[in-house]
Ligand binder design. Structure first.
Ligand code: NAD
Length: 411
């Protein structure tokens, strides 16, 4: 038992506390959206066993909740979160999945989590063991035609670093390539619009970023699961990517992380070839920019998203993380749907973000953006509230003044 009043402790875009009840409220809201948005698809058939890598937050969490509660799939998730330790709360991702487990248990759904480093072979071993032991049998699979083998793997990892088995450490960096980057960003100490300036990445930094965020680990997961004979005929795997706007181009798409995303995207073709005997496919879904722990770390992106949100809300086209994933299952990969892809073979959930009229408006506002007009042009307060919500603060009905149990199980 560890009852305590949990206060927000947010420094910049790093939060050292998370509110368990607020995170639970966030999960329940997403579950309600997934159930309502996927009702029609659920009627077309149920989704079979689904594995989500990067399951506890952002796009991965929304994928877990959509598959499990929206489409009745047995779901196994992998994430890398920290449990509570004495006075220190667990991370938000831990509390998110603790609530998802609680709800799944109450409704007799099959949801499990392996909290371990996804890059490690030992984690892949543990997933294979769990799938064999508890998803293949008839009760685990609950009569799914694929017999409990994996029908879907969602790869939604956003990690800052990766260790090889021999201890070699690879750090992902957010830097431009070829030339120095100077662009607008926000100084969180005084909420001022300032200039960020970053030196170009070295070849080693580019290679390390590709190693962490490229397609090597995705490919390895599929290889291990295929060798273990755990993939069902027609198996599909989807990895998430981002392209983004002109205003973040130098730091994102033509920078180190963009290079890693190109590698991830190129890996899809090779994975699809390796799945020929199963008539399976690997596909990349390019998603919209949303507020998550990972996106908050990219210079300029918080400012861009706060502008984008205002512009898209005014047009009635804004979507949250769960809206995007509901659309993914509804229109592209849920039972009865088939992926509709662009000329590069990618699903484009970022179509409304990259609508030329939206981007023209964003570009115009971006050029004029100053500290003085920040609240007028961009909803930066809204961005900050959305960031606080990621760690469980700001939810109506949560008793923030009351002590709450911070030591919650993930079982
Ligand atoms: P996030 O920070 O919200 O979540 C990251 C997830 O990865 C968490 O579940 C975390 O536990 C897990 N993780 C991190 N390191 C791990 C490790 N070593 N082993 C196991 N799990 C680990 O991230 P997000 O923003 O939802 O990003 C997920 C994917 O979606 C990324 O590929 C990202 O590029 C892509 N994407 C994000 C956005 C956006 O705006 N946030 C837009 C388009 C695409």
């Amino acid at each position: 038992m560890a009852l305590q009043v949990v206060q927000p402790r947010i420094r910049g875009f790093v939060s050292v506390s998370a509110h368990p009840e607020g995170c639970a409220a966030n999960v329940r809201q997403q579950v309600a959206t997934a159930r309502a948005g996927l009702e029609e698809v659920r009627a077309a058939g149920r989704l079979g066993t689904t594995l989500v890598i990067g399951a506890s937050a952002g796009y991965g969490l929304a994928s877990v909740l959509s598959a499990c509660f929206g489409l009745d799939a047995p779901v196994l998730g992998v994430c890398f979160e920290r449990p509570a330790d004495g006075d220190r709360t667990a991370t938000a991702g831990w509390y998110n999945l603790a609530e998802a487990h609680r709800l799944a248990r109450a409704e007799g759904r099959h949801l499990e989590t392996i909290n371990a480093d996804a890059y490690q072979e030992t984690t892949k071993d543990a997933v294979i063991e769990a799938l064999r032991a508890r998803y293949l049998d008839a009760s685990g699979a609950r009569g799914v035609p694929s017999g409990g083998k994996l029908e879907l793997l969602i790869y939604s990892l956003a990690a800052p670093r990766r260790f090889d088995a021999d201890g070699t450490r690879w750090e992902s960096v957010l830097k431009p390539i070829g030339k120095r980057f100077t662009g607008k960003t926000i100084d969180l100490r005084n909420i001022a619009v300032t200039e960020a300036s970053l030196e170009p990445a070295t070849e080693e930094e580019i290679a390390a970023t590709i190693k962490v965020m490229g397609g090597e680990d995705w490919t390895r997961w599929i290889e291990r699961l295929r060798e273990a004979d755990l993939l069902a005929p027609g198996f599909r795997t989807v990895a998430y990517s981002y392209v983004g706007p002109q205003v973040t181009n130098e730091i994102y798409r033509t920078g180190t992380i963009g290079r890693a995303k190109e590698h991830l995207e190129a890996s899809a073709a090779a994975i699809t070839r390796s799945l020929a005997a199963l008539e399976g496919e690997a596909i990349v879904s390019v998603n919209k920019g949303v507020v998550t722990q990972a996106s908050a770390a990219i210079p300029g992106v918080s400012l861009y998203i706060s502008l984008l949100t205002r512009v898209m809300k005014a047009r009635g086209t804004d979507e949250s993380v769960i809206d995007q994933i509901v659309r993914l299952f509804h229109d592209h990969i849920g039972p009865g749907a088939s992926p509709r892809v662009d000329s590069g073979g990618h699903i484009r959930l970022d179509d409304r973000e990259l609508d030329p009229a939206v981007q023209a408006e964003v570009n115009e506002l971006w050029a004029q953006l100053t500290t003085e007009n920040l609240q007028q042009y961009a909803d930066f307060e809204g961005y900050q509230r959305a960031f606080e919500a990621l760690v469980g603060f700001g939810f109506a009905g949560v008793g923030y003044d009351a002590p709450t149990e911070t030591d919650r199980p993930l079982d």
